[in-house]
Write a protein that binds this ligand. Structure first.
Ligand SMILES: Nc1nc2c(c(=O)[nH]1)N[C@H]1C(S)=C(S)[C@@H](COP(=O)(O)O)O[C@H]1N2
Ligand SMILES: [Mo]
Length: 329
């Protein structure tokens, strides 16, 4: 089991495959991490409805058949967990790249006719209950309405062409490409348009990073995915036979990644890896040829830079520079 699940993590509410499993461009469903904060809700697909209300002209109540009758769209997008909300600076590198299919959120909101006063979309899951001693009425997230224009947020019914499974939020979940997984509300039952952020525990209490700007500490919602790169080959503690080695990995972020660098000497010198261009919101493959000068133990690092020039800090953030140790025999 531990070879499969990274650090042996295989709990009823959390599964995380080892990075070495993530060699496919589209992550097979069996290797997509799974996570929930509270008990799993039970949903009957036949009676499931999505309520749309708040600052809209027309309140809606949509069935699965209603959604299926609307124009369908597909997007390939990286899906990354932001990490434990109580330990937001610890990198967990819980990530996958999946093809989502469903109806654009903007399509549904067009039907509801959103009021110009609306600034946020609140999304409600059917799950609630105890979370570390706090009673949560429902899992609620919010996202800015401004992200909808030209955005690809969708009400997903399929993952890699399969109907969305119960554990991944079936029958319908919100998916916000470019935002951390926490914003992609599973077991979606309600959307509400509002002029304010949601006061919920998972919106404005947890999942807000403390960032210092001009000497002042501010809260920044955990929305857009920061640049990140990981190696999937070789894996941590690999024993390599001497000769030329291929280092392979994935890089992603809310904005396209334009450069990935690799260091094979604990970060002293860095060289550019070969990097694929981005399609949709998918992760991007990188590759680096390495000829170790001698046998011994090496620390390999990789770091990504996006099209705005943003890179990765060394420590203390969820997207801290990734490093592994390997031995060349
Ligand atoms: N309703 C609901 N949606 C949720 C969660 C949850 O606990 N309840 N967890 C969020 C978090 S933190 C992540 S990372 C993703 C995980 O999605 P997955 O299990 O399908 O990979 O779902 C998000 N959506
Ligand atoms: Mo998450």
């Amino acid at each position: 089991m531990s070879a499969y699940w990274s650090t042996g993590v295989d709990l009823p509410n959390l599964q995380q495959p080892a990075l070495a499993r993530l060699t496919d461009f589209v992550t097979p469903l069996a290797h997509v991490f799974f996570l929930r904060h509270m008990a799993m809700p039970e949903i009957d697909r036949a009676t499931w409805r999505l309520a749309v209300g708040g600052l809209v002209q027309y309140e809606l109540s949509l069935s699965l058949a209603d959604l299926e009758a609307m124009p369908q769209t597909e997007v390939c997008a990286v899906h990354e967990c932001a990490g434990h909300p109580l330990h937001p600076t610890v990198p967990v590198r819980r990530v996958a790249n999946v093809v989502w299919r469903g109806v654009r959120l903007s399509e549904v909101l067009k039907q509801a006719c959103v009021s110009p006063a609306a600034r946020f979309v609140w999304s409600y899951g059917a799950d609630g209950g105890d979370y570390h001693g706090i009673d949560i009425p429902a899992y609620v997230k919010d996202m800015p309405v401004s992200e909808l224009h030209g955005g690809e947020a969708m009400l997903a019914t399929h993952m890699n062409s399969e109907p969305l499974s119960d554990k991944h939020g079936g029958p319908v979940r919100l998916v916000v490409p470019g935002f951390y997984g926490t914003n992609s509300t599973k077991w979606l039952v309600r959307l509400a348009l509002s002029d304010t952020r949601s006061p919920g525990y998972f919106t404005t209490v947890m999942y807000n990073d403390r960032v210092v700007k001009d000497g002042i500490e501010q809260l920044s919602p955990v929305w857009r995915v920061a640049p990140h790169a990981v190696m999937v080959q070789p894996s941590e503690h690999a024993r390599l036979t001497s000769g030329s080695q291929k280092i392979v990995g994935w890089a992603w972020g809310a904005d396209a990644i334009t450069r990935v660098e690799v260091s094979t000497d604990e970060g002293t010198r860095w060289a550019d890896a070969q990097l694929d261009a981005r399609n949709d919101h998918a992760w991007q493959r990188f590759e680096f040829e390495w000829s170790p000068p001698s046998s011994g133990t090496y620390q390999l690092r990789c770091r990504a830079f996006d099209s705005t020039g943003l890179g990765q800090p060394e420590h203390g953030v969820r997207n801290a520079v990734f490093s592994i140790s390997v031995t060349v025999e």
